[in-house]
Design a protein around this ligand. Structure first.
Ligand code: AMP
Ligand code: ZN
Length: 463
């Protein structure tokens, strides 16, 4: 049985073992590469899956791909300028169509997930392809009197009709003053400053990503897509809804209001949020100018498995302050474990049960990694038992120990041969000098029983 912290009740929620467990994960806005901070949040559904499957429980994950409606001010759709849509801005910058941008960054995103050994979501609906479902939800919200049309035809959700607004984040409507960041630019079509657009009427300036609807030509709000997609996929009952901590408000408050009002019930059982990733002390974000991509890490000779290990070593509800030192140390652990686990290993049942219990206890991945490390130390005298615990633990946590082979140049191959010969002849001075030459060529040099082994050197941009 999985217990998970629910932001709304501020308590652990018990997830029913009725399978499959239904998980909806807020997905990326596909207008640029995701960074390690985004990836930390996007790892959350995979961790839930990992925990559940360790207990033999199936899950079904749906994650949306936002390719329309996410406005630059980040608070929804309050901005009046229709080209403030993140997709349209990037399309103009790269001089291609908005949907070309969407497909490009969507496939890069999915490749990053795979590199982190994340099981891809069972469904990844795209906002631009779910417009009919959004229209149906908006029509029903208007019919039920939870939504209204403004003077320009745009449709707004009437926040005051949902009395428990604010339950997730604590930002209740009486605290939201006009001019709060929440509001963005004041839209005179709204009746109340806390209302938000479900459908925004566009003008001729917006030439892409618009659709004809009963209310006129326009585009959807960011929040309505998640309601439409999650209800379409799961009906009116979702076990777990995930996202980064900053999505609590307004995105998840608005989504909960829409979904509950259209369904007439509390749709989501547990709202689960991942804390932020900091990099060298500041939140990783484009505006802070400290974005690190997975490809940057790989270029530094650090494997995606090391990134996964660092994420797991820090509980998802704590801020994680990442540095290059931490990444290098994790890569060294991966390499050490990879050397120890060579070939098929037996499952260590004791460790398996321990880690499963830790995962089911609010995804205590940090303790799970400690369990591997202490089992490794305890069994230091028995190499094969040590290999078993590392194989068992890394397998359960989906830490891939298969280190990518490095391309070795002809020059390097010659130096390796010469070095192996020098070692046979016990010419240590020559062997050391050849090792130094290989290191200066960018390789990490190891002595295996079969001779000199080369790997990619770990070369972080700065330490
Ligand atoms: P965005 O691309 O800004 O919409 O963010 C996509 C997801 O990444 C959201 O769930 C955010 O909460 C999450 N996110 C953004 N920055 C960070 C960060 N530094 N650490 C963790 N999650 C983040
Ligand atoms: Zn969402």
């Amino acid at each position: 049985m999985l217990q998970i912290y629910d932001t709304k009740s501020r308590d652990l929620a018990v997830i029913s073992t009725k399978t499959p467990v239904k998980i909806y994960a807020c997905g990326p806005t596909v207008y640029r590469d995701v960074h390690l901070g985004n990836l930390r949040s996007f790892l959350l559904p995979d961790l839930l899956r990992t925990a559940l499957s360790s207990a033999g429980i199936d899950s079904f994950v749906v994650q949306n791909i936002t390719d329309v409606g996410h406005m630059v001010d980040d608070t929804g759709i309050e901005s009046v300028d229709p080209n403030q849509d993140k997709m349209l801005q990037q399309a103009a910058a790269e001089k291609v169509s908005a949907l070309d941008i969407a497909r490009k960054y969507e496939s890069k995103y999915l490749a990053d997930l795979s590199a982190l050994n994340v099981q891809l979501p069972d469904q990844t609906p795209r906002a631009s392809e779910t417009i009919n479902e959004m229209i149906a939800v908006i029509e029903k919200l208007i019919y039920l009197d939870f939504a209204y049309q403004g003077d320009d035809g745009s449709v707004f959700f009437s926040a005051q009709k949902f009395p428990s607004y604010g339950a997730i984040s604590g930002n209740t409507l009486d605290q939201l003053k006009p001019g709060h960041r929440f509001e963005g630019e004041i839209d005179s079509n709204k009746r109340f400053h806390g209302d938000w657009a479900l459908w925004k009427i566009s003008d001729q300036r917006r030439t892409q990503l618009t659709w004809d609807t009963p209310w006129g030509q326009g585009f959807p709000g960011w929040h309505i897509e998640c309601t439409a997609m999650s209800l379409s996929a799961f009906g009116d009952q979702i076990d777990i809804h995930t996202g980064g901590i900053d999505l609590r408000f307004p995105h998840h408050e608005n989504e909960r209001a829409q979904s509950n009002c259209v369904s007439g019930k509390e749709v989501v059982n547990a709202w689960v949020h991942a804390e932020h990733l900091l990099f060298e002390g500041r939140k990783m974000s484009k505006s802070t100018n400290n974005v690190v991509l997975l490809s940057d890490v790989v270029s530094a000779g650090i494997s995606p498995a090391a990134v996964r290990l660092v994420f797991l070593e820090n509980h998802y509800r704590s801020q994680l302050n990442l540095t290059w030192e931490t990444l290098v140390a994790a890569e060294q652990t991966i390499r050490r474990w990879s050397d120890l686990v060579d070939g098929a290993k037996a499952i260590n049942q004791e460790l398996k049960s321990k880690i499963s219990a830790q995962l089911l206890n609010n995804l205590n991945t940090a303790d799970a990694v400690i369990s591997i490390r202490s089992a490794e130390k305890e069994l230091a005298k028995s190499p094969s038992a040590r290999a078993d615990v590392i194989a068992t633990g890394t397998d359960l946590l989906k830490i891939n120990l298969a280190i990518e082979p490095v391309a070795i140049s002809e020059d390097a191959k010659r130096l390796v041969q010469a070095r192996d010969q020098a070692r046979l002849e016990r010419d240590w001075q020559q062997s050391d000098s050849l090792r130094d030459q290989l290191i200066s060529m960018g390789y990490e040099v190891n002595d295996a029983s079969s001779g000199t082994m080369l790997r990619r050197a770990i070369l972080p941009p700065k330490i």
